[in-house]
Design a protein around this ligand. Structure first.
Ligand code: AMP
Ligand code: MG
Length: 406
């Protein structure tokens, strides 16, 4: 088992062992946030016919050529959704609404605000260029165009494109099942009253929320006692039921840190133990029965950092997304950080925002209270720091933009 890996090596190792989960067909109304698993090709050209882009009058541009203005006879009024009964002959026009098909004979539309109407007659400006205010057939999409690639995260815009092409259902990757296990005899469930020596199990809920946020389906297991055989059995079971297994605690140097030992017993391949990061150094990863296991740090701040640096790209790959990593930016630090970063890269929970330039503020507090409101990590490379307000720092932005980009 490789020890004390640089983060990037661990990430590559994990990703190299994963492939996407299977697919399923979902109703379009349930497609929001899902990852597309098929190519979407335009079934029809859009718009399917030439149509008016404005409420106004369909005219023949030739009637207006070299004239200051021209008087035309209105021969029909056409709402959207209907086809004109008449043709626009020279000297005539048809009043029509936005979205109505351009009547035969006409090639342009004059906006309603630009005309003077008197009974059946209308005065329109001269020198109208052919094609004015007309959406040409196929100007938006052409039949056969590749509209969406597999791996695209479906949002409102993509759903609109699918609807416009008549896709009532769509093939997406199923949500990866992510097992959430916790360990430690000190843990109580949140419904239990506190008693001496015990704390509530916050990691379970934290990880379940983190998995859901990324589009995974958390599978929650009972907390494991600090006992080797029970730990091994629960990990084994989770590996059979889930696409990815996350556990927290039991991976450092304590006498009861049994998760690493249990994982090694079920491992076909031991990937690594410990990373060059702080917090969250003692994370362990193995492959057992073809499933990736990540034994995360027990401390909440270490566990959630481990999750974002390792489980997040893993879930992105399992989910079928085409990009796995969060954006990295440079930002101006808003508050000091008094410690130096020695042998390992240090990560600070932070809140980043764009205010003309990117700014970032580290969130102060303890293992849990510093998790409030973060949307980024400040990365302090080993050998640097302390940091002062005003310095430029490296930031990992958790923008959920592991989206497909062309
Ligand atoms: P361990 O890695 O098991 O030694 O745990 C490290 C620290 O994290 C200890 O203080 C644990 O009590 C705490 N911890 C472990 N698991 C959890 C959990 N599920 N929820 C909250 N704190 C935890
Ligand atoms: Mg423990």
């Amino acid at each position: 088992m490789r020890e004390m890996l640089p983060l990037a090596d661990a990430q590559q190792l994990i990703l190299s062992r994963l492939s996407t989960v299977g697919t399923e067909e979902v109703e379009l109304l349930d497609a929001q946030g899902r990852v597309l698993a098929e190519e979407i090709v335009a079934r029809d050209s859009l718009p399917p016919f030439c149509r008016s882009a404005m409420d106004g009058y369909a005219v023949r541009a030739a009637d207006t050529e070299s004239k200051q203005q021209v008087t035309l006879t209105v021969v029909e009024e056409l709402p959207a959704g209907k086809v004109a009964a008449r043709t626009v002959e020279p000297g005539t026009c048809i009043m029509l609404m936005t979205g109505a098909p351009l009547p035969e004979g006409a090639d342009s539309v004059v906006k309603r605000e630009d005309v003077k109407r008197n009974g059946d007659e209308v005065v329109v400006p001269g020198n109208i260029a052919p094609g004015t205010n007309v959406d040409q057939a196929g100007s938006d999409m052409r039949q056969g165009d590749l509209l969406l690639h597999p791996g695209t995260v479906l949002g409102p815009g993509e759903v609109a494109i699918l609807a416009s092409q008549g896709y009532g259902t769509v093939k997406v990757y199923r949500r990866p099942k992510v097992a959430v296990l916790t360990t430690g005899d000190e843990l109580l469930d949140i419904s239990e009253p506190l008693v001496p020596g015990k704390i509530r199990n916050s990691n379970r809920y934290m990880l379940a929320a983190a998995v859901k946020e990324l589009g995974g389906e958390p599978l929650i297991y009972p907390s494991m006692p600090d006992e080797l055989e029970a730990t091994r059995e629960m990990l084994l079971r989770a590996g059979k039921e889930a696409d990815l297994v996350l556990s927290t605690g039991g991976v450092s140097m304590g006498d009861y840190d049994l998760v690493r030992e249990a994982l090694l017993k079920i491992a076909d391949e031991a990937l690594f133990w410990k990373l060059q990061i702080k917090p969250g150094m003692p994370v362990v990863s193995v492959i057992g029965n073809g499933t990736l296991y990540l034994g995360l740090s027990g401390k909440p701040n270490g566990a959630l950092l481990n999750f974002n640096l390792l489980a997040r790209p893993a879930i992105a790959k399992l989910s079928g997304k085409n990009t796995y990593f969060s954006s990295r930016i440079k930002a101006v630090l808003e508050n000091d950080f008094p410690k130096a970063s020695k042998g390992r890269n240090r990560y600070l929970y932070a809140c980043a925002c764009f205010d003309g330039v990117w700014k970032v503020r580290r969130i102060t507090g303890g293992h849990l209270s510093s998790l409030k409101g973060f949307n980024a990590f400040i990365e302090i490379p080993a050998g640097s720091g302390p940091l002062q307000a005003g310095e430029e720092v490296d930031v990992i932005l958790l923008d959920n933009l592991e989206k497909e980009s062309e």
